[in-house]
Write a protein that binds this ligand. Structure first.
Ligand code: TYD
Length: 214
């Protein structure tokens, strides 16, 4: 049975994390081992790095180096072994986020990130990426429902998120084979139907070893 690597992406407030339980259930009900994880993070060291990246001011290159340090550990300790034993790995963010946030948002040269990407996971790319897309004003409204514990990214201004969103959309067009753009301004139920359709067609196309749910 082949492993399957799925990533969830989108600007802060686009609502991607709300769909993790649905995606986990989708594959668990079909008899697959599912590993749900996140970046930065996913390992004890990665989670410690996450705390630093999300809460301390730093140079954009430092930010990129730290997220890739977290990613190196994550790929080696969690993602690669799980895929090798045939699991479905669903990661809340991966390298598309570095292009979107550090390059699009912060203005870091994409070639720098490409060097780190080749270093850290030259032979690994997501099989499927769901890009949860919503206008920045919609995402901002959702974020501002809780202003108490906002991290440094969530406190960024509209123009930052416009650049992050545009970079995500450009990459979605560039990597259209693996990326599904999900209109995340709709209701949860509508989004869920959309996700289920994409998953069903991917499963059919790849003839994956996924049983129909009982
Ligand atoms: P997020 O995934 O939005 O988690 P939560 O829903 O708990 O807030 O937060 C992670 C933040 O890290 C997000 O603002 C984007 C940022 N980030 C980067 O800047 N670069 C990266 O490579 C990754 C993976 C995340």
């Amino acid at each position: 049975m082949s492993g399957l690597f799925i990533t969830l992406e989108g600007i802060d407030g686009a609502g991607k994390s709300s769909h993790m339980p649905f995606l986990i259930d989708y594959f668990t009900q079909r008899g697959r081992e599912v590993i749900s994880t996140r970046e930065p993070g996913g390992t004890p060291l990665g989670e410690a790095l996450r705390d630093i990246v999300l809460n301390q001011a730093m140079h954009p290159e430092t930010e990129a180096l730290l997220v890739f340090a977290s990613r190196r550990e994550h790929v080696a300790a969690v993602i690669a072994p799980a895929l090798a034993r045939g699991a479905v790995v669903i990661s809340d963010r991966f390298t598309d986020a570095t292009y979107a946030y550090q390059c699009g948002g912060r203005g870091l040269d994409a070639q720098r990130v490409a060097i780190l990407e080749n270093w850290v996971h030259e032979h690994l790319q997501p099989d499927l990426t769901f890009l949860f897309d919503a206008p920045t004003a919609v995402a901002r409204e959702r974020l501002d429902k809780n202003t108490v514990n906002q991290d440094k990214f969530e406190r960024e201004r509209g123009a930052f998120f416009e650049r992050v969103r545009n970079t995500y959309l450009t990459r979605a067009a560039q990597f259209s084979k693996r990326t599904c753009v999900i209109d995340s301004s709709r209701t949860l139920a509508q989004i869920r139907d959309d996700l289920a359709q994409h998953l069903a067609s991917m499963v059919a196309q790849r003839s994956l070893n996924v049983k129909d749910a009982q």
